[in-house]
Design a protein around this ligand. Structure first.
Ligand SMILES: [Zn+2]
Ligand SMILES: [Zn+2]
Length: 103
């Protein structure tokens, strides 16, 4: 009887991460550290590359690709609360979830 030790199926979420290889927010330039599209974010002080994009970059990416289920705006439009845009171009967490599910 043959048993394969590596036949356990990989969880879909992990497989997706491996296939992507990088955070989807890297598709847009970073407004915080000015990293170009598809380039990793860097620390402003010593130019060291960061494993994850800056929150401002994630927000920028989310704004570009997803509608917001909370404030009902289309891609490209800022999230708002009581008629005012969220501070620093932030997005609602639900919109970020939406963006991650569509990419
Ligand atoms: Zn950055
Ligand atoms: Zn919103």
């Amino acid at each position: 009887m043959t048993r394969h030790r590596y036949s356990t199926p990989m969880p879909d979420s992990l497989r997706h991460l491996l296939r992507a290889g990088q955070h989807p927010a890297r598709a847009v330039a970073c407004p915080w550290c000015a990293a170009a599209e598809h380039r990793p974010c860097v620390m402003k002080t010593n130019q060291r590359q960061l494993p994850l994009p800056h929150p401002a970059r994630i927000s920028a990416w989310v704004r570009g690709v997803a509608c917001c289920p909370l404030c009902q705006v289309e891609p490209g439009v800022e999230c708002h609360l009581d008629g005012r845009p969220l501070p620093q171009g932030a997005v609602h967490p639900a919109r970020e979830t939406e963006a991650q599910e569509t990419t």
